[in-house]
Design a protein around this ligand. Structure first.
Ligand code: PLP
Length: 390
């Protein structure tokens, strides 16, 4: 099998699992208990908190453990909506957010909040001037993702943070796709809230964190016991918290070199495909793109058929996001970028990792060439063009 769907989820690294194991069957105490045995678990989660804080230039008391990206996104939006409702009920987000944000925003709309959705350009980059123009005296929150999950576009987070700060508006970023893959710095970029999910950077599934700038007042999303200063109840998932911190450490170790190597592989793949497969194009931009993301449109080809054929040939890739492919809906991201429904239905995402080899890439590029040629062989438009070009 060749796995090229790391934006959907990643393999949990062996070192991560090894680190987690002892917290299942040796140090299994509940960190909230008072005896010494539980202290070991408490130390483990506090150490993880310290490690994670260090990776984004935050302090440990600003890290709150959650069940992952969806919960962190929900919590950020809902809490700000509640605590700031006396200031206003206007929230700004973008048209290309993950459904964890878009559906939370939709729900807030039902509750009487007003949401403005920023457009993106053809590369998936949000329009900064439009963001500035949307700001009103009752705007309480700007939520824009750090990088897009479908086309990998890295958004101008630094500029957005500055705009938010200049206008005294809280800034949340969904960093689920960027954290662990490119450097993130909450101080430098004036980020107040930042969502992270461990399974996107070789950590376990069902764990993540929300960074909360200590100047913010928050209300809980989940009610229960007093964990996380009474803001996020529920018994600590100690093994997963420890695993997430280990995965973060591994992903940040030697990150500059890893980013360069991954970019080289990505660009090699893109070059081969664009050169060797006619009527193919790259969705998104080469300049501000996540190192492991590749998204092609293959004109006159159905993405779902191509994906099924790739699957038969042992290749895992996807169209739109993993969540959206379940609903079978066309990609809202590609639509916002101006792609026709036809091109959107011909688009396939490959997300590679440092485990992907050049042999893997060559195999997939060769397969794509072969499968696409086969799928197009009876296409009349292509036959017409080929005939005219002779
Ligand atoms: N936000 C983005 C940008 C994502 O890509 C994802 C997952 O695909 C999520 C949020 C949801 O994260 P989780 O799977 O941890 O709930």
């Amino acid at each position: 099998m060749i796995y090229m769907d790391n934006a959907a989820t990643t393999m949990t690294k062996k070192e991560v699992v090894d680190e987690m194991l002892k917290y299942f069957y040796i140090l299994y105490g509940n960190p909230s208990s008072v005896y010494e045995f539980a202290g070991e678990s408490r130390n483990a989660i506090e150490n993880a908190r310290k490690v994670l804080a260090g990776t984004i230039n935050a302090t440990p008391d600003e890290i709150y453990f959650t069940s992952g990206g969806t919960e962190s996104d929900n919590w950020a939006l809902r809490s700000v909506a509640k605590t700031c409702k006396n200031k206003g009920k206007h929230i700004i987000t973008s048209k290309i957010e993950h459904s964890a944000i878009l559906n939370t925003a939709k729900n807030l709309e039902d509750l009487g909040y007003e949401i403005s959705y920023i457009d993106v350009d053809e590369y998936g980059m949000i329009k900064l001037q439009q963001l500035k123009d949307m700001i009103r005296s009752d705007t309480i929150l700007i939520s824009v993702m750090a990088a897009n999950n479908e086309v990998g576009t890295i958004e101008p987070i630094h500029e957005i943070g500055k705009i938010a700060k200049d206008n005294d508006i809280i800034f949340h970023t969904d960093a689920v796709q960027s954290y662990g893959h490119i450097p993130m710095d909450v101080k430098k970029d004036n980020i107040d809230l930042l969502s992270v999910s461990a399974h996107k950077f070789n950590g376990p599934k069902g764990i993540g964190f929300l960074y909360i700038n200590k100047r913010l007042d928050m209300v809980p999303l989940i009610f229960g016991g007093g964990q996380e200063k009474g803001l996020r109840a529920g018994t600590y998932n100690v093994p997963s918290i420890v695993g997430m911190a280990k995965a973060a450490q591994i992903s940040l170790n030697n990150q500059t070199v890893k980013i360069m190597e991954l970019k080289n592989k990505r660009n090699y793949f893109i070059k081969r495909v664009l050169k060797e497969i006619p009527y193919s194009r790259l969705n998104g931009t080469l300049l501000n793109r996540l190192p492991g993301n590749i998204n092609f449109a293959f004109q006159f080809v159905s993405a779902s058929e191509l994906l099924a054929m790739l699957d038969i040939n042992g290749v895992c890739a996807s169209s739109a996001s993993a969540c959206q492919s379940e609903s079978g809906k066309p990609s809202h991201v590609l639509k916002a970028m101006g792609l026709s429904e036809e091109l959107s239905g011909s688009s396939v995402r490959f997300s590679i990792s440092d485990d992907t080899t050049y042999d893997d890439i060559n195999y997939v590029a060769d397969k794509l060439k072969e499968l696409i040629a086969e799928m197009r062989k009876d296409n009349e438009i292509i036959r017409y063009y080929n005939g005219n070009n002779k």
